[in-house]
Design a protein around this ligand. Structure first.
Ligand code: GDP
Length: 454
């Protein structure tokens, strides 16, 4: 395989930058561009050497660096690898990368180091996916889940289930190969027991996705309300709190900035903040349909009303809009004297929280309510394995469908080779999680989401 090189640290100015190489030629390339201070000493793995990166043509010193050496198979990719620790900043790191490439390396594709770790069998696909999740984690809880998956918790779980299915398949194979022993009935009985057990395990795993999704994607919250109700004030207040996180998301929504706050370790994503902030009135300027879309897309709608105003027709529309959603109703501006809205008959029938976005009153009650609505405290405390990846969830579901078909096939006396097909399909779906049976396209798609140098 080619020797690949990339800058592994984030671009920009920083204390150090790391340029990574992996492949057969990496030490030869290093020989040409790196002059260690202590030339006499033999290079050892897992140690660092101090010296200069030079341009081989004119011997010009590019930077003073530390180089670490990793010998195959004990490296991230299982190949020979080195990491050049240079000074940070784009110019120096780019120059060193260029030298690596001019001397025989190829620029690594995004995620190619991790892809090699997977293709060379050091990690399974779910572990590789955990690497990217860990890098992208927005909260401690998300990072913790990713680390769990990175250490192989999901892979172990899946492999154990796969082994159960394999046992059935071996038995079936035997009864097909040796029909004279007439073991089919026994095989079917054991198969039914194992399949029921596998089905339960898969249901449990699949059910963890609700919480897993919340941990990974967070809760999408839309704030809606009439002009001047206090949407921006509330949003700014929430974002000003120390638990606010602002994340620039790359990928499909490259041009938008998503803002998160963190409640009980769970990212709370405020939807379309930019839109809401530019437009003082979602209902009026964007129209009720747009508000509907925003609300529909949200996991939670916060409807904010001016507590000092009468309930108007638009307010009623907002109330009917949120009726079938998880929602929180806020009566804002309670610092003012004219607190009349709560006397309204319609409002009286609602559950609401009184706040002042301006004076920072009642916001903790809002956070508490969000936490209650989504059982966030429980998720935070839960230490069991969670499915956080939709790809994994879908595959578990596919697998379970095949298990159910196999159970049905046995119960209706179908030929054993038909049952075998269902079980094999169930096994294959699980194999796609760990990467044993996954197609090249999917592998490429997964690794293309990685950052450069990882
Ligand atoms: P939006 O149009 O819904 O985004 O409302 P804004 O957040 O821009 O608020 C409209 C006006 O109400 C601004 O002048 C705010 O200062 C004021 N305001 C917002 N929240 C409060 C509050 O809790 N108390 C008081 N007294 N004024 C508020």
């Amino acid at each position: 395989m080619d020797t690949i090189a990339a800058i592994s640290t984030a671009l920009g100015n920083g204390g150090i930058g790391i340029i990574r190489m992996s492949g057969d030629k990496c030490f030869d390339i290093l020989d040409k561009i790196f002059v260690p201070k202590n030339k006499s000493k033999k290079i050892e793995g897992y140690k660092m050497k101090y010296g200069n990166i030079i341009s081989p043509e004119n011997k010009e010193i590019i930077d003073e660096v530390l180089v670490s050496y990793f010998f195959n198979p004990k490296s991230y990719t299982t190949e020979d690898m080195c990491e050049i620790n240079s000074h940070g900043g784009t110019v120096v790191t780019k120059k060193i990368l260029e030298l690596c490439i001019e001397n025989g390396a190829r620029l690594a594709e995004p995620g190619e180091f991790s892809k090699r770790a997977f293709l060379n069998g050091r990690i399974d696909l779910s572990q590789a996916e955990a690497v990217i999740d860990l890098i992208n984690a927005k909260t401690n809880k998300e990072a913790k889940e990713s680390v769990k998956q990175l250490t192989g918790a999901l892979a172990n779980n899946i492999n154990n289930i796969k082994k159960q299915l394999m046992d059935i398949m071996v038995n079936i194979e035997a009864s097909i190969d040796y029909p004279e022993y007439d073991v089919e009935e026994v095989t079917n009985l054991t198969a039914l027991q194992i399949l029921a057990d596998v089905n339960n395990k898969l249901i449990n795993l699949e059910n963890t996705f609700d919480n897993g999704k919340i941990i990974k994607q967070g809760i999408k919250v839309a704030i809606i309300g009439r002009p001047n109700a206090g949407k921006s004030s509330l949003l700014n207040l929430m974002l000003r709190e120390e638990r606010a996180l602002v994340t620039e998301i790359e990928g499909t929504t490259r041009d938008s900035i998503e803002e998160y706050i963190n409640i009980d370790g769970i990212p709370i994503k405020i939807i379309d903040t930019a839109g809401i902030r530019q437009t003082s009135d979602v209902i009026e300027k964007l129209g009720i349909d747009k508000a509907k879309n925003i609300a529909e897309d949200a996991d939670l709608v916060i409807a904010i009303f001016d507590a000092t105003k009468e309930l108007e027709k638009e307010d009623e529309e907002i109330l009917s809009l949120i009726k079938n959603k998880k929602n929180i109703i806020l009566l804002n501006k309670i610092d003012k004297d004219k607190n009349i809205l709560k006397e309204n008959e319609i409002i009286k029938k609602q559950k609401y929280i009184e706040i002042s976005a301006k004076e920072n009153i009642g916001i903790d009650n809002l956070y508490k309510e969000i936490s209650n609505l989504f059982n966030l405290g429980e998720i935070e405390a839960d230490d069991s394995l969670l499915i956080t990846n939709i790809r994994h969830k879908e595959l578990i579901k596919n697998s379970r469908n095949n298990i159910l078909q196999a159970i049905e096939a046995i119960n209706s006396g179908m030929p054993i080779d038909i049952i075998q097909i269902n079980i094999k399909d169930a096994w294959d779906s699980l194999g796609e999680i760990t990467g044993e049976t996954v197609s090249e396209n999917i592998i490429n798609e997964i690794f293309s989401k990685f950052c450069l140098g990882k």
